[in-house]
Design a protein around this ligand. Structure first.
Ligand code: NCD
Length: 340
């Protein structure tokens, strides 16, 4: 069984538990299984959290709700923007210190979660190194608590995908009147180990992108990649020609068992996003990266800080998207429980 088969099977089993019987979001586990209309609803809801000057607003949609952030893996941007979003929605926020929790004394994840649920949690935001962890929590452990996936292993990072979509929407659709179906998008680098790549590919295709390219050396491409319906390039010069959006990815060293790259210098020489390569794309092409970035490995510093970079806008958009997803999931969860 190849990488794509395994992931497709995982998605088939993961796609549906996140929806309420009338198609609302109850948990947010992955982009797979959501329609174009559902993704557009998330984008519309997120857009509503910006005022006329583009500043984020506060609401009371999660007032009286208790949200727990369970990050079993490192994170800076994702964890902080989730917390910022929860506070803007008026939630009670608890951050579990995993390093000091009883999971380190042998307690199972199931027991930890049941105990946290007994403390009246309404929502868990979860990051875990195991693919499928968020789905396991939603369906087998705590079905009465809304689960938001903040990244599980190689599998999915749905809020990152949606903040990437919001960034493209704001920077190209709202500003220049473009629509997703006329955009060319290139994703570069460690496609094989990246949950961001997997979720971005699905979200872009669901929103209508037809010209979707991945650029990477063979060793960083999953087997069966062509079945995703993307064009595959091993050469940056060909892959970047005329694109509207360039998405760089971090080399996932922590998920790579054996060295797949001869050296980082060599990688930068062949696959680095440099000033001269960016010129091959459309004149106002967006340069994106989910962070954390390795400057001089995936991207030249001048590009990361340059006028086409929207990397810090992605971070800000992450707050609005996370507000949208959490507000919608809480509403779906309350509806499923018959509370509204
Ligand atoms: C990504 C992640 O953790 O999957 N980062 C993020 O959430 N901002 C990408 C990465 O770690 O490379």
């Amino acid at each position: 069984m190849n990488d794509i088969d395994t992931r497709t099977r995982l998605h088939q089993s993961l796609a549906h538990p996140q929806l309420t019987s009338d198609g609302g979001i109850r948990h947010f586990i992955c982009v797979e299984g959501l329609s174009c209309v559902q993704l557009e609803c998330i984008l519309d809801k997120a857009m509503g959290y910006f005022d006329a000057h583009g500043r984020l607003v506060n609401t009371d949609e999660l007032a009286g709700k208790t949200v727990m952030n369970l990050f079993f893996e490192n994170s800076t941007r994702t964890r902080t923007t989730f917390e910022a979003a929860q506070k803007r929605l008026g939630a009670n926020v608890l951050n579990l210190d995993i390093a000091k929790s009883s999971t380190n004394k042998g307690e199972t994840l199931r027991d930890t979660l049941w105990n946290l649920e007994a403390m009246s949690a309404d929502m868990f935001v979860v990051r875990h190194s195991s693919s499928g962890a968020a789905h396991f929590m939603a369906t087998e452990v705590t079905p009465n608590v809304a689960i938001i996936n903040a990244g599980d292993g190689w599998h999915a990072h749905p809020t990152q995908a949606m903040l990437d979509m919001l960034t493209i929407h704001r920077e190209l659709c709202v500003k220049y009147g473009k629509s997703f179906d006329e955009l060319s998008v290139a994703i570069i680098g460690d496609i094989k180990h990246s949950r961001v790549a997997r979720s971005d590919i699905c979200a872009l295709q669901t929103l209508g992108v037809k010209d979707l390219r991945v650029i990477a050396p063979k060793t960083l491409l999953p087997k069966g990649i062509k079945r995703y319906g993307v064009s595959v390039f091993e050469n940056m010069e060909q892959g970047l020609a005329g694109v509207d959006v360039i998405i760089g990815l971090r080399i996932q060293n922590e998920r790579i068992g054996s060295p797949l790259l001869p050296s980082t210098n060599e990688y930068f020489k062949n696959y680095g996003i440099t000033e001269s390569r960016v010129k091959l794309a459309k004149p106002n092409a967006l340069v994106m990266h989910p962070g954390p970035m390795n400057r001089g490995v995936e991207i030249a510093s001048g590009v990361a800080d340059g006028h086409q970079s929207v990397i810090l806008k992605q971070v800000n958009n992450g707050i609005a998207v996370r507000m949208a997803v959490m507000a919608m999931a809480m509403q779906g969860q309350d509806k499923a429980k018959g509370l509204i």
